[in-house]
Every structure is written in C-alpha cells, then in structure tokens.
Design a protein around this ligand. Sequence first.
Ligand code: AMP
Length: 301
Amino acid sequence: MKLAIIGECMIELSNSEGELYQLNYGGDTLNTAIYLSRCGGEVEYVTALSDDVFSNKMLENWQSQGVGVKHVKQIANSVPGLYLIENEANGERHFHYWRSNSPAKFLLEQCPEIFKELEEYDALFLSGITLSIYSEASRAKLFEFLNKYRDKGGKVIFDNNYRPKSWLSLNEASKTFNQIMNLTDIALLSMEDEISLHGEHSIEYCIERWLKAGASEVVVKNGPNGILTANSMGKFEFDVPNVVKPIDTTAAGDSFNGAFLANKAKGESLEKCIRAGQFCAAQVILHKGAIVPREVTLIEE
Ligand code: AMP
C-alpha cells in the first residue's frame, strides 16, 4: 500500500531551563510519518514549507529519518509555523502558537497541483489538526478531492486529533469532523477527543457512528485502558499488554499510528498492526519529547 501523510510540521521551542529555549521540529502527522518509517514502512510527507534555513533543516531531518519529501512544496517569502512549549514548575505544559500565516496553511490554495500528485497513492492519512490549519474553502476543495479519490478506490485514514485552540468554535470543529467522518475508511480515534467533540458517549456508540458513516475499520485508542476495534469481521478488544508509567505522553497516539500503518501497508493482520502500535507507543512514552532517540527499539523482537 503506497501511503502519503498530509499535515504540518512546525519549529518547536521548549524551555527546559529557565529562559533558555531548545529548538526542535514537531507536528502530529510528521511524528506519525517518522515512526512509520522507523517501524519499517515507506511514506511521503505532504506539506508546504518556506525556503528559509529552518525549512531546509526540517527537510534534511525528515530525509535522514527515511521520510519522503518529494511532495513538500517550498513557498518563497514565508516563514514556517512556530510553537512554544512553556513548562511550569509544577510540570504543567502550555502551548503557544504562531502559525496563522504558515505556508502549510496555504498548501491547497497555492499549490493546487498537489491533488493530481496525491492520486498515485493507495491511501492518504490526515488528522484533525491537518484540517484545522486550512481555510473553509481549502477544506471544501480537499473534501471534494477525497470524495473522487475514494470513488477511484483510494483509502482515507483519519486520526481525530482535536485541539480546541485551533478552531474558531466547537461547532465549526464538530461540523468539520462530521464531514471527514463521511469520507473515512480507516478511523484511528482517541476516545478523549471524541468526547470533547461530541459530548459524553460510550466507545460502542462511537464505533457505531463511524461504521455507519462508511468506515471499514475503526480503532479506538483509550490510553492504558486498551483498544476497541471494529471491522467487517466484528468487534475486538485489545488490552495494553505492558502498561508503563509514562515519562512524557507526547506522541503516544502518533507513534501508535506510525507503527500501525507501517504494518497495515505490508498487509499484516489487524492484531499484528495493533500490537505493533502498542509496543511502539509504550517505548515512546518512556522518553521525553515527541521523537525518541534513534537507538530506542520500536519493533518487538
Ligand atoms: P492514547 O492516545 O492516550 O490513547 O495513547 C495511544 C496509545 O499509547 C494507547 O493505545 C496505548 O497503546 C499507548 N499507551 C498510552 N498510555 C500507556 C501506558 N500508560 N502504558 C502503555 N501504553 C500506553
């Protein structure tokens, strides 16, 4: 299965000591692409960057981690998005964003040739955060494309990552998430985000909604409490085999997705994909930061 991931990666500044900030690069979909590659899969990342020094460093970094960049557009005279993580003394983290003019936001408007390029893929992965960066007009174009793409046999894989701050209102977000639900083949969901978007409801009801909307496979991630999945064969429950005490839960869901999709692309069984995702996520949350050092083993022996 040839797979492309659509989203945005930003410059990340985090302060580990006083007013000294460390520079990294991060974003949910990019995290998934990196873990997918580290778990033995092949993937192209689809986004827009600037042509500045930071964007070029991002490109080098992604390539060195095995992530394909042939669809990354570089828009001159722009600056990439930036977020700053403020760590409070009590361990609480606050995120501040400077992304309203980032090139990724304008990808679908300024580089419409991207739609043609995406047709060559068997599956496209995107997240709720991907959708949040686009204008309503861009989203409409994307949904129109995905509709036709699915008609021709393409599969849409969606993670419902919901960040309230990135949306004008809950209403706008839940309306958009309902639109993509109707265009999704494989749903990789966080139960917490489903509840934030649509109010308190059970995992069973959540699964029913997505199946009814047309998904052929639904995977509901529920932290250390396990995973509930459904496909044409029925519903299946998976415990978390090795519950750990996390050091930093950043990218738990993203790394799960990466390992899951690396296995999915190879045609592995649902159980194998879930187990690979669980193993990878459990290693990632034992380390600080979204992207763990390269020597960490992410594939179960
Ligand atoms: P979440 O996005 O919180 O549902 O987490 C994504 C995945 O990370 C889960 O489906 C688990 O496989 C894994 N995970 C989360 N918390 C833990 C934990 N405490 N111990 C082991 N695995 C975990």
